[in-house]
Design a protein around this ligand. Structure first.
Ligand SMILES: Cc1ncc(COP(=O)(O)O)c(C=O)c1O
Length: 372
């Protein structure tokens, strides 16, 4: 399989470990193991209970408890609709590995997480990008989508909420995408790793798996749950798809780690407490970012509605890579250049870090802009 370099991951791999103010990261400020365990009534008892656990492969499919808890994040699914994977990235890859054949047409929104269109392309699909434009609030244009489908369309890929823009497709919009997919028999894959991180209270958007009979959701413990270190994700969708994914997964995974499984169960049992913490961080930081954008003359954006990222447009005569490298060299403030999303003139910020890091990072960007 010939695959293009994954630009955003290459950028992160190269610089992230040396970042002082990391405002490129997309997880909500990660929990420590201690913080996670302290959600249990007796953390020492919880840890003690692990001592006699034999470190085998564990449940090959993921523990029944984990699959049931994951299914509970959806309205109409049960554990038979869920397969556990190595992170959201493993979920996306396994799904495409399992269902995309050479010559299939795959339509994918752009900009988004590059894996979602470069992997199908690597598997020999004919990939058509559906541009998300700032003038449409970075939401897909339904007529344009209609114009891209044909009889070979196997899959429409969306990412809701969207990385990098923070745009949020609401239920009606998802139903319109489902109607188009239904008209040509295509599946809709929605990468939902940022689902639940809504900036306005009283917002709730269903999963594609609850909107469309051929809707497939991928997600993970990394972003909304702040537990990327567990490397645990999943695919949720129709049973025939899950079976196909199991068949392919035997060649790539065997099982996910037993410890990751147990800790993910613990986190999901404490879903509401973790989400309360994380929504507080995301909403508070979105406000800090918004006030800063309003003050900065050279920066503008389409205000994000959900998730942990925003796409900033800058009005300065430097490339996005030069901008980010200059900023990084100055004092270790770390952003992602729009170039990694094939979008020159833009910068991606991940704002769900600790508020101190965000405020300091934004101040550093302001100072840096004055030097340009
Ligand atoms: C849209 C999207 N999907 C998937 C992933 C992969 O995340 P993970 O494998 O940690 O779940 C990322 C990471 O940035 C992402 O932004």
């Amino acid at each position: 399989m010939n695959v293009k370099p994954f630009l955003v991951e290459e950028w992160m791999n190269k610089y992230e470990m040396d970042a002082v103010y990391n405002i490129a990261e997309t997880c909500v400020d990660s929990l420590t193991l201690g913080e996670l365990l302290s959600l249990s009534e007796d953390p020492m008892d919880f840890l003690g209970g692990l001592q006699d656990m034999k470190l085998t492969y564990g449940h090959i499919e993921g523990s029944p408890e984990l699959r049931t808890l994951i299914a509970g994040l959806y309205k109409g699914l049960d554990s038979g609709n869920v397969i556990v994977t190595h992170g959201g990235i493993g979920a996306n890859f396994l799904l495409h590995y399992s269902i995309v054949d050479p010559g299939d047409r795959v339509i994918c929104v752009h900009p988004t997480y590059q894996q979602l269109y470069s992997v199908p392309e690597g598997f020999g699909a004919e990939v058509k990008l559906l541009p998300l434009r700032p003038e449409n609030g970075f939401l897909p244009d339904i007529d344009e989508l209609k114009g891209l489908i044909n009889e070979t369309t196997k899959l429409i890929v969306i990412n809701n909420p969207n990385n990098p823009t923070g745009a949020l497709m609401e239920e009606e919009h998802l139903k319109q995408v489902a109607d188009i997919a239904r008209s040509c028999g295509a599946y809709v894959h929605c990468d939902e790793v940022y689902r639940g991180l809504y900036h306005e209270i009283n917002t709730a958007v269903p999963s594609i798996a609850d909107v469309y009979e051929k809707g497939i959701s991928t997600s993970s413990m990394s972003k909304a749950f702040s537990l990327a270190g567990l490397r645990l994700g999943w695919i949720a969708g129709p049973e025939d798809i899950i079976e196909e994914c199991f068949k392919h997964r035997d060649y790539t995974t065997i099982s996910c780690g037993m410890l990751d499984d147990i800790l993910a169960v613990h986190a999901l049992k404490n879903y509401h407490r973790i989400m309360e913490r994380n929504l507080k961080i995301v909403r508070g930081n979105a406000r800090i970012l918004d006030e800063w954008v309003r003050r900065e003359e050279q920066i503008s954006y389409i205000k994000p509605k959900a998730g942990t990222t925003a796409f900033l447009k800058y009005d300065l005569p430097v490339s996005s890579e030069e901008f980010c490298l200059g900023l990084f060299k100055k004092d270790g403030t770390f952003l992602v250049p729009g170039k990694c999303f094939d979008m020159e003139g833009w910068l991606r910020i991940g704002f769900a870090c600790s508020p101190d890091v965000l405020e300091r990072g934004l101040k550093n960007i302001s100072e840096y802009i004055r030097t340009l």
